[in-house]
Design a protein around this ligand. Structure first.
Ligand SMILES: [Zn+2]
Length: 445
């Protein structure tokens, strides 16, 4: 079959091959919190063994998260909308292993359409949701707090969220330290990120249902050197697709969804809030084809308000989105104009971190060989606590200092001190080798 006639699925396979960063067995995520999460599920009366089996099957079948989201979304579409997306020769959704926070619609050779979602989009939304969720406190109907209070201090939450943004804006990659979180909060974070992602898909589907597809201007672009054709829509069409997309997300068939309507709305609102803050941080003013997210958010809220029958239901719909907004407001301020207290908090945290790294280096050197294993285990823990960027910079500085010190060896006798310095450098080099490529990029920048 000629390349011109590729179906969306075939084009997806070609693009996935071209963008793959790691062999499949390496891209399998391993959450350090999985055990706690499973224990929690068990405490709710769920079958732990079955959950584990399901997860195993998920990996064995090599399932595509973008496609899973799409299947979920079309379940709720009205019948006439569903038809459009039923034929996989005409329409497909899939995930690319690319770190950019992005989704796009492209045209396949046979005239069909392919919606591409980058892994970076999922990671970024999830990391922000996960950091925000450390502030969520569940209160049951008796006013008890079965999960305790928010797990960490407010400044620390803001620091964690700010870190996710800083990494992304500074290095173009979704990264950020890992941190303890209650399983119930993890569940909320999952839900928030999942609905945000579903909203992105709903938005793309809306372009199709609303007939934008035939009216766009076509443009040729390259994805990992594979030439593809994409369609550009105007701002008004983007706003329309947000409104149509929100309908798809909130409605089940033709009625407003059940109990989770508020959470679904919060996901869509959260997505545009996060993108607005990101655009602020990277000075993105909007382009010919992409309206600024803050404008999209304003429009979406007006539309959502128009769906509510009265003030009470409006207040209920926006309640959680407003909580997210208040938190992101503090994050914004942390990023752009930190208060003295926030700066002091970050500085103290950083100094402690640097000190602890130096202590580890002292502790695990001096023997016949450095104690690699103990150092790695403890250094990984430090990295997870963050701030990751400060630790990465410290490692980079220390390695340079050690190297310079060792260079002076060519014109003098070596001392015990040189030997220790050499061991420390070896520890750091070995550690850096084990870090994700994203962090290595910062260290070797
Ligand atoms: Zn769009």
């Amino acid at each position: 079959m000629g390349k011109q006639a590729l179906t969306p699925k075939e084009l997806l396979a070609e693009l996935q091959e071209a963008t793959r960063r790691y062999p499949p067995e390496r891209s399998r995520p391993q959450s350090p919190h999985l055990d706690r999460l499973l224990e929690f599920e068990e405490s709710l009366g769920r079958d732990r063994a079955k959950i584990e089996q399901d997860m195993e099957r998920w990996y064995e079948e090599n399932r595509d998260w973008g496609e899973e989201l799409f299947r979920e979304v079309i379940k709720n579409l009205p019948e006439e909308g569903k038809d459009l997306f039923d034929d996989s020769n005409f329409f497909a959704v899939g995930t690319l292993d690319k770190v950019e926070v992005n989704a796009q619609a492209i045209k396949a050779g046979n005239g069909g359409w392919l919606i591409l979602l980058n892994i970076g989009l999922f990671t970024f939304l999830y990391k922000v949701a996960r950091a925000l969720a450390t502030r969520f406190v569940a209160v049951d109907k008796n006013g008890e707090r079965p999960y305790g209070d928010a797990s960490i201090a407010f400044e620390e939450t803001c620091r964690l969220v700010a870190e996710v943004f800083t990494w992304y804006a500074g290095a173009g990659i979704p990264f950020g330290s890992d941190f303890p979180i209650h399983p119930a909060q993890l569940t909320i974070a999952n839900l928030l990120a999942t609905y945000a992602e579903q909203f992105v898909i709903c938005h793309e589907l809306a372009h199709h249902v609303m007939g934008h597809v035939t009216g766009g201007t076509e443009k040729n672009i390259l994805i990992a050197n594979v030439p593809v054709q994409t369609s550009n829509w105007n701002w008004e069409q983007e706003f329309e697709a947000d409104e149509g997309g929100l309908r798809f997300l909130l409605w089940k068939g033709d009625v407003l969804g059940g109990n989770d309507t508020v959470m679904r709305y919060t996901g869509a609102d959260f997505f545009l809030q996060v993108m607005s803050l990101y655009e602020e941080l990277t000075n993105f003013p909007g382009s010919e084809t992409h309206p600024p997210s803050v404008e999209r958010l304003n429009r979406l809220r007006r539309f959502a308000a128009s769906l509510c029958h009265d003030e009470d239901s409006k207040a209920a719909l926006f309640q959680r989105a407003h909580v997210v907004e208040q938190m992101l407001q503090v994050v914004r301020q942390t990023l752009f104009a930190p208060t003295q207290e926030q700066s002091r908090h970050l500085e103290e945290k950083s100094q402690r971190l640097v000190q602890r790294l130096e202590n580890l280096l002292d502790k695990y050197t001096g023997g016949m060989t450095p104690d690699y294993m103990s150092f790695y285990v403890n250094a990984f823990q430090l990295l997870e606590e963050g701030p990751t960027d400060i630790l990465a910079n410290t490692i980079s500085t220390l390695m340079e200092t050690y190297r310079q010190h060792l260079e002076t060896l060519t014109n003098r006798e070596s001392t015990h001190d040189d030997w220790i310095t050499f061991q420390k450098l070896k520890l750091l080099l070995g550690f850096v080798e084990k870090l994700p490529a994203e962090v290595q990029a910062i260290i070797f920048r």
